[in-house]
Design a protein around this ligand. Structure first.
Ligand code: NAD
Length: 676
């Protein structure tokens, strides 16, 4: 057998050291599995073997790039069993993260020790899978059923302290891991019974049903949490029966549409932050940013920037508004303290980095100034003129506009190459998405700095060109349009919302409008009225609601009604009546739409609009569109995004639905050209 390059075995007296060295995260690739299998034979004769990992972490999972191919030998379950059966017992000496295959390997070892701060998990569920090397079979035997459910079904990551309490590890090493492992090996406790030979009871029917109900509620259509629960029950069988069932299910799930979508999302998230437009371009340094307008968005953006370690100057219209902005940001920080996310010391330090003012000259030193003032072209243009007069000639200028054309906003500003759109989503300190909008003049290093800022603020940044609503709100407009056509043609708001939820969205289009308020979209429709194609179908049901002051939850009524202090939408007969009357007045013969039909149409219009956005070069690729939907609009991750989903359903099916949609509303839809 040739020596493995990724697993090294050395001897130190009667101790054998086995080190995995497969950067960056020591994933259980074929080479690692083969190396470990070989190491087990090499350590025989030693009194004890210590398994460690080089680099920043213990084994942090499988190699997902291998999951699209048939599994290659040696298989991880066999390697884990070799570790467990080895005459020379193994100690797993762990640091940083022990995830998935890493935890499965650790559970094959006789003892487990970890340095302080090490974290453990079985996150296969997040990739639409169940563990494939005994994770669901050994974890309940080692940790008990309840902890195993947390790990395998919820993908929860637990700290070493909790793992020790659960009996999953034997020791937390407070100092050097190598020293601690050597000391542990010197006074070795009696070898414990193999984990696979221990027993655990399955959940009884009542406990199983309760766990299943709780998971269903959270997973919104995703199957893998439930499949993990089912597999955990097999731990009550003899290991020789349960383990092959787990393995077979794991391999089957690698091919499932859910797992493919989740793996796609994982890789797409990484891809979108590196667009071709900034390939090889170094970002500028950022320390101090100004935010003009400390309202809802400005305060959230300030919070995100403070969390990212930046110094933030918020500029408001006057001293009174500046004080309100200060209170808003301080309130967000306080919220973090209350939730235990921010320590009181950190709070004080963040407040020190926050300056609020009504004087533009206070922003003279900033590296970047972003506006989040009212959505009004003249107001925004004045803001940039005032900014340009005080900041350095190459300080980056950014707009958070939702719909306005950035080239009009920046028109007349000296040095247009420093101007860019940075479109955050509400609440800006929570929502992951950042659309980075490139104007025809934006310099590549300014774009690269936008992406560096996004990374610093832990956002998923997506590059967008200029169009009405950029990527996300343009998609939303198409989706809402179809939802409203459906109302006029035969569906009711609760039916459309139920269909959207059935497709995995957290909320339907009408519930969502009620939550965010109907007035923003109303103002937008009025703005677009002048340029809208007069032949395009325009349904004014939403306008009628706005005219009736049914502006959403805050008004107590919108598409639904809301009882005092209760956010649950209640179907309103008045709205149903209004819609029926609306159709009758226009001579529309209403017809029934099935839940599936509604869901199919909503997905099809999203996929169609996404394809147009890519074809027009507004987005570089389909992944950009999908990540916008996942991180800005709650599209279910387990479906990958509308573009990925359309690919799975087949373009023919989408085209077929689009034809129906378009036949019902002539002149209202542009069907995307098939991709070249
Ligand atoms: P908001 O009304 O809550 O806040 C606007 C703030 O700007 C107010 O505090 C106001 O005092 C201040 N302001 C107005 N003119 C100013 C000036 N000349 N100088 C300094 N401050 C001034 O509005 P918002 O919801 O935070 O939206 C702000 C911008 O962000 C808009 O362009 C909006 O389209 C965009 N946006 C909003 C959302 C959202 O969900 N609300 C999402 C993304 C982007």
């Amino acid at each position: 057998m040739t020596a493995s390059t990724v697993v090294n075995v050395t001897r130190e007296g009667d101790i054998a050291w086995v080190e995995i060295n497969n950067p960056p995260v020591n994933a259980t690739s074929t080479a690692v599995r083969a190396g470990l299998a070989q190491a087990v034979t090499q350590v025989q004769g030693a009194r004890v073997a210590i398994l460690t990992c080089a680099g920043r972490t213990f084994v942090a999972g499988g190699d997902m790039s291998e999951f699209d191919r048939p599994a290659e030998e040696p298989h991880l379950p066999d390697v884990v069993q070799m570790l467990e059966d080895s005459e020379t017992p193994f100690i797993a000496a762990m640091h940083d993260t022990v995830l998935g295959g890493g935890l499965e390997i650790a559970m094959g070892c006789a003892w487990r020790i970890a340095v302080e701060g090490t974290k453990f998990g079985l996150p296969e569920v997040n990739a639409g899978l169940i563990p494939g090397a005994g994770g669901t079979q050994r974890a309940p035997r080692l940790l008990g059923m309840s902890a195993a459910i947390d790990l395998a079904c919820s993908g929860k990551i637990i700290p070493a302290t909790q793992m020790l309490q659960l009996g999953g590890i034997d020791q937390i090493a407070s100092g050097d891991l190598t020293e601690a492992a050597r000391a542990f090996a010197t006074t070795l406790p009696q070898r414990p019974i193999k984990i696979r030979d221990r027993t655990v009871a399955a959940l009884d029917a009542e406990a199983y049903a309760a766990a299943e109900t709780a998971l269903k509620k959270r997973s919104k259509g995703q199957q893998s949490p439930l499949l993990n629960l089912e597999a955990l029950q097999w731990a009550a069988l003899p290991f020789a029966e349960g383990q092959p069932k787990e393995r077979a299910r794991h391999l089957e799930l690698r091919k499932s549409t859910e797992s493919q979508a989740l793996r796609y999302a994982f890789f797409a998230e990484r891809a979108v932050s590196k667009p071709k437009a900034i390939d090889g371009i170094a970002p500028r340094g950022l320390n101090h940013v100004a935010i003009v307008g400390g309202g809802l968005m400005g305060a959230g953006i300030a919070m995100a920037c403070l969390t990212g370690g930046l110094t933030v100057t918020v500029i408001e219209r006057n001293a009174e508004e500046a004080a309100s902005a200060q209170a808003r940001v301080a309130g967000l920080i306080e919220g973090g303290v209350k939730r235990g996310k921010i320590s009181p010391a950190k709070q004080a330090e963040m407040i020190q980095r926050l300056i609020t003012t009504d004087t533009y000259a206070d922003a003279a030193q900033v590296d970047l100034a972003l506006e989040a003032v009212f959505e009004d072209l003249d107001v925004k243009r004045t803001v940039f003129q005032q900014l340009a007069a005080v900041v350095s000639k190459d300080a980056i200028l950014a707009t958070n506009t939702s719909y306005l054309d950035p080239t009009l906003i920046f028109d007349g500003i000296p040095n247009l190459s420093r101007c860019v759109g940075l479109h955050f989503f509400s609440p800006a300190h929570v929502m992951k998405l950042l659309e980075i909008v490139k104007t025809p003049d934006t310099a590549p290093d300014v774009l690269a700095t936008g992406f560096a800022l996004g990374k610093r603020l832990r956002k998923v940044s997506v590059l967008s060109g200029i169009c009405d609503g950029f990527i996300g709100n343009r998609m939303l407009a198409a989706y809402r349009r179809e939802a409203e056509y459906l109302l006029a043609d035969g569906a009711l708001p609760h039916e459309v919302d139920a269909a959207a939820r059935g497709a995995g969205l957290p909320m339907g289009p009408f519930e969502l409008q009620d939550l965010t308020g109907l007035q923003i979209a109303w103002a937008n429709r009025k703005r677009q009225a002048a340029t809208r194609d007069p032949n395009e179908r325009y349904e004014r049901i939403a306008d009628t609601l706005c005219e009736m002051d049914r502006l959403g939850q805050r008004a107590g009524k919108g598409w639904y009604t809301y009882a005092e202090g209760n956010r649950t939408p209640q179907r309103d007969p008045e709205v149903d009546k209004l819609i029926l009357q609306y159709s009758a007045d226009r001579g529309i013969t209403r017809r029934a739409y099935s839940t599936q039909e509604i869901a199919d149409r909503l997905i099809a219009v999203l996929a169609n609009e996404g394809a147009r956005i890519v074809a027009e070069g507004i987005a570089e690729r389909a992944e950009d569109v999908d990540m916008v939907k996942l991180h800005g609009y709650g599209f279910p991750r387990w479906r990958g995004g509308p573009m990925h989903l359309a690919g799975q359903l087949g373009q023919e099916k989408i085209n077929g639905i689009m034809k129906l949609v378009s036949d019902e509303s002539p002149n209202s839809w542009v069907i995307a050209e098939p991709a070249a």
